[in-house]
Design a protein around this ligand. Structure first.
Ligand code: FUL
Length: 503
């Protein structure tokens, strides 16, 4: 006991030498970076943006007053009795279909530009409690959607239009304070585990506005009191990314289901979504990852009689061009007048999900020998081995030493394989880094042929899926090869790759 006490004092003497008259000075002798972790390349995602990105593929459900008027943008003067579902709306069915299609969540529209609220809000009478029949009056989409998602293990969130063509206060501070922010606060109460709130960019213009009509214009950069909105939602829903107007994820800008082949998550505040949303900005100063919203049907965002779904192949192509290009995909499937997804949409969605499973889950990489030109020196509790790219663990990654910004990863199989897609993921928690790479295949491990020279192999980001035939619309016969190599030509700093898969 005595001895231990003595050696403790001795140790203290080493660690805390007296500095002048009785002043203790802490000498920190521990190495600053025991795990030899690479330093971050800024900007980096907030943890909630990281979790959001992992949702990858989720559904959009446009349902509401427009379902019954046949409009895409209601004016705000719709008779509340027009909202009269022919059966009880069934958000559980919507989400079951999403799950069967391989989606990880969904966003339900609960107020569109017409201002009609699909929950019994205290902020306006223009809501379900005044609708046309008992099914309508009992509707509460946020309540039922959240409960179903939680039960099915899916992520969920809501679309609430900032623009309100019904409210007489729209355009004044009163609307923001007493209507919009309060509606968002009410929605936050429907579940603290929401992953995204969707704030449309369509703002201002003509409307009913409580009968006053006219044209109201606002400055969308300042009008909605976004900093306050963000803080108040995050207080209740810490993982909820505020999309669009909220400034935590960006619009890909085309609504056609594609992101740029070059797609950076960093962005600048003054970017133009229409021109630059697909690509991001290499040296942008904050993290603003892209989300691509697209329709799975051939008419509008809302249900229209006579509409039909796009083919499973076309939807799969959208997946490759969004999730496969460092964006998330939010795919819209409109519930019909009975408040359910029509059978044709269900079949198309399931068909698409099957293509994703059949084509992008049978990974050949773990069966290959993996070699790299350089491996970062391991730390006390972390290593950066090549195997980290094929271990199925998103928290481990391969890295080079600081200062090495080009490297090669080679996969070799004993027997020839048929290869169609290469999938890569960067460990983006420490920033998006890779800015140029290329892919080669070999029949014998000696002679290499460059593939996909028609595709921009610039960025990787969270996820990149490259079709080896260079075509997103043609599954093709694949390439017969015994080896494939990924050559990273340039990176902002040492590359950090958490996944390499080959299908
Ligand atoms: C747009 C809206 O104006 C459309 O009606 C739809 O909701 C789409 C997802 O966003 O900005």
């Amino acid at each position: 006991m005595k001895k231990t006490y003595k050696s403790f004092l001795l140790m203290l003497g080493v660690l805390l030498p007296l500095n002048g008259w009785g002043q203790l000075q802490v000498v920190n002798e521990a190495p600053a970076n025991p795990d030899n972790e690479p330093v971050e390349v800024h900007p980096v995602p907030h943890p909630r943006q990281l979790k959001w990105q992992e949702t990858e593929f989720y559904a959009f459900f446009h349902y509401g007053m427009n379902t019954y008027t046949g409009l895409e943008w209601g004016n705000g003067d719709e008779n509340r009795a027009t909202f009269a579902p022919t059966a009880a709306p069934n958000p559980r069915q919507w989400l079951e279909v999403a799950k069967a299609a391989g989606m990880r969540g969904g966003i339900a529209v609960v107020k569109h530009h017409d201002g009609f609220c699909l929950w019994p809000t205290e902020t306006t009478d223009h809501n379900v409690t005044n609708s046309g029949n008992a099914f309508g009056r009992e509707t509460n989409i946020p309540r039922d959607f959240a409960a179903a998602a939680q039960d099915l293990g899916l992520k969920y969130g809501f679309y609430i239009s900032p623009w309100d063509r019904n409210s007489k206060w729209y355009g004044t501070d009163k609307y923001v304070k007493d209507v919009f922010l309060r509606q968002c606060a009410e929605l936050a109460q429907y579940g603290t585990d929401q992953f995204e709130m969707w704030f449309d960019g369509a703002n201002g213009g003509t409307g009913y506005y409580g009968g006053e009509g006219g044209n109201r214009s606002i400055d969308r950069a300042t009008y909605y009191d976004v900093p306050n909105l963000r803080d108040s939602v995050h207080k209740v829903c810490p993982d909820c990314v505020l999309w669009g107007v909220g400034g935590e994820a960006r619009w890909i800008g085309n609504e056609a289901g594609w992101a740029g082949q070059t797609n950076w998550s960093p962005e600048n505040r003054d970017y133009s979504p229409e021109n630059n949303g697909m690509y991001g900005t290499e040296n942008g100063w904050f993290w603003l990852p892209g989300e691509s919203d697209a329709k799975a049907t051939n008419r509008g965002w809302f249900y229209h009689d006579g509409e039909s779904p796009l083919s499973a192949e076309r939807l799969f192509q959208m997946y490759l061009e969004t999730v496969g290009r460092n964006a998330t995909l939010i795919l819209n499937i409109p519930p019909n007048k009975a408040g359910v997804l029509p059978e044709a949409s269900v079949d198309a969605l399931k068909g698409m999900g099957k293509l994703v499973t059949d084509r992008l889950t049978h990974d050949l990489a773990p069966k290959a020998k993996i070699a790299v030109t350089e491996t970062r020196k391991a730390g006390a509790k972390r290593n950066y081995k090549a195997k980290n790219m094929t271990d199925g663990n998103k928290n481990t990654y391969w890295a080079t030493n600081d200062g090495t910004v080009s490297a090669t990863i080679t996969l070799t199989w004993k027997k020839q394989q048929t290869l169609r897609y290469v999938e890569l993921m960067e460990y983006i928690a420490k920033g998006q880094r890779v800015r140029r790479f290329h892919i080669e295949t070999s029949d014998d491990g000696t002679t290499w042929t460059r593939r996909v020279s028609n595709v921009e192999t610039t960025t990787i980001g969270y996820k990149r899926i490259i079709p080896l035939n260079g075509a997103t619309d043609n599954y093709g016969d694949g390439f017969k090869a015994k080896a494939v190599r990924i050559v990273i030509d340039d990176s902002k700093a040492c590359p950090l790759i958490s996944k390499l898969a080959v299908y």
